[in-house]
Ligand binder design. Structure first.
Ligand code: NAI
Length: 453
């Protein structure tokens, strides 16, 4: 008998397992594939490994602009993929060791909830059944593959790939077509563009980067057009063939040749086949319904991470898992989704937190919105020849509270958590003015901007 059974060992599940064990709960973690989930095995970490190699290669290609010549620099894509494998292996092993140290029992099999009785819940994993008094569902998400004619067949033949397969592609495609100009599409387009593939991104909206602040999205778009990525915006994919993708643009059917296709048009919560019906857990459009304490509609059942479909980000998942465990341990806790930062690891990086120009307009908030060039930073100028990065502040007019901060420019990913604290703590402009930022850094433009808005 366990105090807690966790289904799924991704960021939500493994982190919650560690916290629960530290909190004194006898915890069982059930994972069907590898510990670390999508993030560690086929998402965040492997892409960052690839993108770092691309960045080194980009530095080499542009070295002359900084007075450094790297004649004959080349990138060995197969070697990059091999290194990615080693990085992932080290980290997956690390999670296994952490679970052991924390006293979490791990079962490597797919779990299915069979039902509940007076003692608690029964979960089958492999050929064994386990009982637990609490359940935490962290089964994550899978790539959406919509019913576009020919797409399923193209995925089966290997011509089209999701994030899972493309991260193991050993041969560089000469011509890559990316369906979907969201986060995954842009990060992979960035990598393959850097290593010399011809990349075309087909996006059905009239802009890339989804809910990212429009001004920032446009700067990113311009950067990648300059680098040679082709974008087909407002284009609808109508069919995938064996060596091409058909799409409709401005009412005209056209097609683009490819030797590989990436499908990155969003993800679906993984709620099928895990026995949610056996205990009556409510779902909405395939995602488990949770409240801000991560409770489901069933007592003693919580859900955290992509499976609740709220904010499909690994860092959200960590925090949601913790919120669930804290509430289980009788320590009241709740999620605040408004202050979750998000990052697109392109080059330049994009990082955001809080309200955007678009959400401010939609909500009718009375806000002051200003953008400032990152060229106010000496370090930015020193390190970014021709850079066009900005930081954008969104401030509520009445109380001068910081509602949103958006950046495009390198180091943005490492800077944004400071801005997330400002949004989360509802700090006012005058309070940030009194904080001291290190100099010279790119981040100090945020402080400088507080004196200009
Ligand atoms: P996404 O939701 O970010 O982007 C999907 C894009 O595909 C949207 O722009 C949408 O308009 C477009 N689209 C949908 N159907 C289409 C069609 N038939 N033809 C053309 N375009 C179409 O989804 P994505 O990129 O697959 O990422 C999935 C999840 O993974 C996201 O929730 C994201 O937050 C997360 N993720 C986060 C990363 C990060 O934090 N750096 C990195 C990678 C993924």
């Amino acid at each position: 008998m366990y105090d807690l059974i966790i289904l799924g060992g991704g960021p939500a599940g493994y982190n919650a397992a560690e916290r629960a064990a530290h909190g004194g709960l006898k915890t069982l973690l059930i994972e069907g594939r590898a510990l670390g989930g999508v993030c560690l095995n086929e998402g965040c970490v492997p892409t960052k490994t690839l993108l770092y190699s691309a960045k080194i290669y980009d530095y080499a290609k542009h070295g002359a602009e900084y007075g450094v010549r790297f004649e004959g620099a080349s990138l060995d894509h197969a070697a990059v993929i091999d290194r990615k494998g080693r990085v992932v292996k080290t980290l997956v092993g690390g999670i296994g060791a952490t679970m052991k140290r924390a006293g979490v029992e791990v079962v490597n099999a797919y779990g299915e909830i069979l039902g509940r009785d007076a003692e608690g819940f029964t979960v089958r994993a492999g050929d064994k059944e386990y009982k637990g008094s609490k359940l935490l569902i962290c089964t994550g998400s899978t790539a959406a593959v919509p019913p576009i004619p020919g797409l399923r067949e193209a995925v089966a033949s290997g011509f089209a790939m999701t994030n899972r397969e493309i991260l193991d592609l050993k041969k560089k495609p000469e011509k890559l077509v990316v369906i979907g100009g969201g986060v995954i599409g842009l990060e992979m387009a960035s990598y393959f563009n850097s290593i010399g593939s011809k990349v075309t991104v087909i996006e059905m909206l009239d802009h890339i980067a989804g809910p990212t602040d429009g001004e920032i999205g446009k700067i990113l778009y311009k950067n990648y057009v300059r680098k040679g990525v082709e974008f087909l915006l407002g284009a609808k994919v109508t069919a995938v063939g064996s060596d091409s993708v058909r799409y409709e643009l401005d009412g005209k059917e056209q097609s683009v040749k490819a030797d590989a296709v990436l499908v990155s048009i969003g993800r679906r919560a993984m709620t099928q086949g895990i026995g949610l019906d056996s205990i009556g857990v409510l779902t909405d459009r395939g995602a488990v319904v949770t409240n801000e304490k991560m409770e489901t509609n069933v007592a003693n059942v919580w859900a955290a991470g992509d499976v609740n479909g709220k904010s499909m980000l690994a860092h959200t998942a960590y925090r949601e898992g913790e919120v669930a465990v804290n509430n289980m341990l009788g320590k009241p806790d709740r999620m605040n989704y408004l202050s979750i930062p998000s990052v697109i690891y392109t080059n330049p990086e994009v990082a955001s937190v809080g309200e955007t120009s678009e959400t401010v307009r939609a909500k009718g908030l009375d806000a002051k919105i200003e953008s400032y060039t990152l060229k106010y930073s000496g370090r930015y100028i020193a390190e970014n020849e021709g850079g066009d990065g900005i930081v954008k502040l969104i401030i509520d007019k009445e109380h001068r509270k910081i509602l949103g901060v958006h950046m495009i420019g390198n180091y943005a990913s490492e800077i944004i958590y400071g801005a997330a604290m400002m949004v989360d703590r509802e700090m006012r402009v005058e309070q940030v003015q009194k904080l001291v930022f290190p100099h010279p850094t790119v981040g100090e433009v945020i402080r400088e901007a507080m004196f200009m808005i």
